[in-house]
Ligand binder design. Structure first.
Ligand code: GCW
Length: 879
């Protein structure tokens, strides 16, 4: 699309106004890192010309121009003009205006700028920037129009972060596949999505209004992501009907300007479910023909369609095994249909049996990747990429690297990571995952004893593959800020940056994100950078220790602690904890043999207790609780210590954030503050659940006497109660002392206690349970004077309501700086969620209408309370 320069001149005048009004918008997070807030030192860029000239008639060139104009006008507070449709399309055209930001093709640059400065074309999406103050010319050239777009975003990022404009800068993405997956269903729900419903679908159809989808594509393009698979890998069975495909084409249309290709997840039974065939056997000619025709149909509607993602023979999805065929048989049929259109198949390596026999000490889910795919290496068509989760199980807080990366030498690969925090706090805990991904990408697999870090395998370098790359499951939603936690967008940003360049230093990635998202104030940047950089470590230290997996409730929502849910079932996430020891024996010598799937050097390192790293120990070995770690501590003491340290570090986020109060806009400040308060409380739920469980099973006391001794804690069931009833919490370790209280009285109930504290100032924490669908009211008073009242109306994960009192619903309210003295009476009043109900017997008594109605406790939430803890002022109720 090209627009006339007349149109642009008039629009240019409005641009400043638009940019300024944009900044007046509330900071709801929707702009993410593209806020374009005026920088404090625009004079740094005083030489930057205000005229933008675009040569190139593609829609991506147009967007590059518009974005530059919009961004620079807003960031620098002066008007930038945009001229398109300049008469300079031919390679021979020498015209290059001074005092302008000029966007032209790479090919042109090679002919007219000293060739050795520009260099050879580095790849289709690469770009080149050169800045020459003297004629006042900033020159941008992409090998392809999307390269222009990436260059424009790069330049804007440098300006927003107040970095100098580079004299010359070339950039090339590490691999062709840099995709995101969204697990959205046509009905508008999102599997493992934690920020509202789908931005793409509702009620079985593509949304009428796709503004958010377009805005999302812009965000993706701004960090170099070039593909987006919009639907759940557990794909709707009728996805490929013509009716739906026509609707998907509308999504393709809003992605296209940003160079983001649309992709779809498909179910292999589609030839039956959509095509009406009597089989989906990939080797049946009818099936092959059906896929070919369907793919051709897709390309008539979506000419730049990216390809298919396939989940098959996994977690209840049907697959080629039903006909005795292999993943290669299935993938190749799709690949051959896609090849003429340059589409790819991302076939997931996540194929495993979820009905394993847990009695069998040789059974091992971790083995499945290599067992199912290694023998197929080399049997896939060239446009099939095996999409491999970073670890052999499932996005845990820490897992070893999947050995499948080293086992496929003749097949392109893509690494799959999760931006949506399924097992890492579901965007209610701050966890900056690029720290984990970088650790994975840098891990050297030592294939054949030679350097072979994962990043070089997936980018095709190690085994000389023509394609491959990166996929991240993101699951943005309709909530304005996309992922719920304002800090969580750093994960999407960091993913894009690492996919573009896996060698980009973490410190640089987070610092740029922080500057773009929160501004250039040095204190703000230092504080947030430091919090994000340690956050994975902190989360890991108060959840699953030493490679055991996250220890969340794997049969529920994967959010709070639910330790034993992993044991004694077919899912194979066992850690085999009993009174004598813990850990999966995956050794070759005595265990499942999984370690033998790694290249020799790694296998030797993991097999031997002497060299196995502490943080992966229990993934590979079964050891007694008093086993001495390399750190010098016993295993169980290390578990206790790390959980206390981790919960304390999480609690410290609150005062760290408070130190920035005057430097952050109130809207995002408050939202983030509430989330840090929540995380601090929930980290204690995790800490106590895991420590108490290990204490119980091992029978070994904490050397520091903390576990099981909470001198500042008053159990709700031990307080004087007016109406509250004691109930069990299941599993027991997710409630203090395994018990809580509930109020079944519509008038409310009370808990009271007389304090014997020394006179002083204290923090009072009330640990209670917040069930999604109910809203109870709590009031805390001292000597009859109310000090706090609040409603339990948080929409915590899980996204589906969990009606139970457990590690997911347990939460905390902290009231700070309360003056107390001996003899003070503390009272907590709980009012359950109430609803208007026809009272029992009203009908029988013939009482209809108003007389028959009364307020009754909502069956969903009975103002439940676990305990009250009173400790000195400070970031955490101390032990
Ligand atoms: O981790 C599991 C998730 C499932 C998901 C599956 C997968 C889309 O709990 O929700 O299904 O992985 O990756 O296919």
């Amino acid at each position: 699309m090209r627009c006339s320069s007349v149109w642009f001149k008039s629009v240019a005048g409005l641009a400043l106004l638009f940019a300024l009004s944009m900044n007046a918008h509330a900071e709801d997070g929707s702009a993410a890192w593209l806020r374009y807030v005026p920088i404090s030192h625009p004079e740094i860029y005083k030489d930057l010309p205000s005229r933008i000239v675009i040569d190139g008639d593609s829609v991506s060139d147009h967007m590059a121009g518009v974005e530059l104009q919009r961004g620079l006008t807003s960031l620098l507070g002066r008007n930038f003009t945009l001229e398109e449709n300049r008469p300079m399309h031919t390679v021979g055209d020498l015209w290059l205006p001074n005092n302008a930001i000029v966007v032209r093709s790479f090919e042109w640059a090679q002919h007219h700028i000293t060739a050795d400065r520009v260099g050879p074309p580095p790849g289709p999406e690469s770009y080149y920037i050169s800045w020459n103050e003297q004629p006042g010319r900033l020159f941008i050239a992409g090998e392809h129009p999307t390269g222009d777009l990436f260059a424009a975003f790069h330049l804007l990022e440098e300006v927003a972060a107040q970095q100098p404009i580079p004299r010359t800068y070339r950039s090339t993405p590490s691999a062709p596949v840099r995709w995101v997956d969204e697990w959205d269903n046509l009905n508008g729900t999102i599997e493992r999505g934690y920020a509202g419903p789908s931005i793409f679908f509702e009620n079985g159809h593509v949304r009428q209004v796709l503004t958010r989808a377009g805005e999302y594509a812009r965000l993706l393009a701004s960090v170099g992501i070039n593909g987006c698979n919009v639907n759940n890998v557990n794909a709707d069975l009728d996805l490929l009907t013509t009716e739906h495909l026509k609707e998907f084409a509308r999504i393709g249309d809003v992605f296209r300007p940003w160079g983001v290709k649309l992709a779809l997840s498909v179910d292999l039974t589609s030839p039956q479910t959509v095509g009406g065939l009597d089989t989906f056997d990939p080797l049946d000619p009818k099936v092959t023909a059906w896929w070919q025709k369907k793919v051709d149909e897709i390309y008539t509607l979506i000419p730049d369609f990216g390809g298919f993602t396939v989940k098959a023979d996994s977690e209840g999805r049907k697959g080629p095994s039903q006909y005795g065929r292999t993943p290669a048989d299935a993938a190749n049929v799709l690949a051959r249909a896609l090849a003429p259109h340059h589409g790819v198949v991302l076939y997931r390596g996540f194929v495993y049996n979820n009905h394993l026999d847990w009695h069998d000490l040789k059974a091992d889910r971790a083995r499945a990747g290599v067992d199912n795919f290694a023998s197929l290496d080399g049997k896939f068509e060239k446009n099939v990429i095996i999409q491999i989760k970073e670890g052999p199980i499932d996005f845990q807080a820490r897992e070893p690297i999947s050995p499948l990366f080293a086992a496929l030498r003749h097949t392109p690969q893509a690494i799959e990571v999760q931006t949506t925090q399924e097992y890492t706090g579901q965007q209610r805990h701050m966890v900056w995952l690029p720290s984990m991904w970088k650790w994975v990408l840098d891990t050297d697999m030592r294939v054949d004893g030679r350097p072979s870090p994962v990043k070089e395998i997936v980018t095709g370098k190690t085994f000389n593959q023509p394609t491959g790359g990166f996929v991240s499951v993101v699951n943005v939603g309709m909530e304005p800020n996309w992922l719920h936690h304002p800090m969580a967008m750093a994960n999407l940003y960091g993913y894009g940056k690492l996919a573009w360049n896996p060698d980009e230093p973490l410190e640089k990635i987070i610092d740029t994100w922080t500057r773009l998202t929160w501004g250039n104030d040095p204190q703000v940047d230092r504080t947030i950078d430091a919090m994000q950089l340690k956050s994975w470590d902190v989360y890991e230290s108060y959840t699953g220790p030493n490679g055991m997996g996250t220890l969340t409730n794997i049969l529920g929502y994967h959010f709070g602690p639910g330790i034993e849910s992993a044991e004694r079932n077919g899912w194979g996430q066992w850690f085999r904890g009993d009174k004598d020891g813990v850990g999966m024996d995956r050794t070759v010598a005595t265990g499942t043999g999984y370690i033998g799937q790694y290249p020799k050097e790694l296998a030797e390192r993991y097999e031997s207790l002497a060299t196995c790293p502490d943080d992966l120990l229990l993934f590979f070995h079964h050891v007694p609780y008093d086993y001495k770690l390399h750190s010098g501590k016993t295993l169980v003491q290390s578990i206790y210590d790390s959980h206390y340290e981790g919960a304390l570090a999480a609690a410290e986020y609150v005062p760290q954030w408070e130190s920035l109060k005057d430097k952050i806009d109130p809207e995002r400040y408050e939202k983030t503050h509430a989330l840090f308060e929540y995380q601090a409380g929930h980290a204690i739920v995790w800490r106590d659940a895991i420590n108490n469980w290990f204490h119980h099973i091992s029978g070994i006391d904490d050397a520091l006497g903390r576990v099981g001794h909470d001198p500042n804690r008053i159990e709700a069931e031990a307080m004087k109660t007016g109406g509250y009833q004691t109930v069990d919490v299941v599993p027991w370790e997710t409630g203090s002392a395994g018990k809580a209280v509930e109020c079944h009285d519509a008038k409310g109930c009370t808990l009271t206690t007389t304090l014997e504290k020394l006179a002083g100032t204290y923090d009072i924490a009330v640990q209670y349970f917040d069930i999604w669908r109910g809203v109870s009211t709590y009031t805390l008073s001292v000597n009859g004077a109310e000090i706090s009242t609040w409603k339990s109306d948080d929409t915590l994960p899980p996204a589906q309501p969990d009606p139970r009192l457990d590690g997911q619903t347990s939460t905390r309210r902290t009231i700070r700086h309360v003056a107390l003295k001996p003899g003070d009476v503390l009272e907590l009043k709980g009012l359950p969620d109430l609803r208007l109900e026809l009272f029992h017997g009203a009908q029988a008594a013939g009482l209809m209408g108003a007389q028959g109605l009364r307020m009754q406790p909502n069956l969903q939430e009975y103002a439940p309370v676990d305990y009250i803890e009173i400790g000195p002022d400070g970031p955490i109720t101390p032990q």
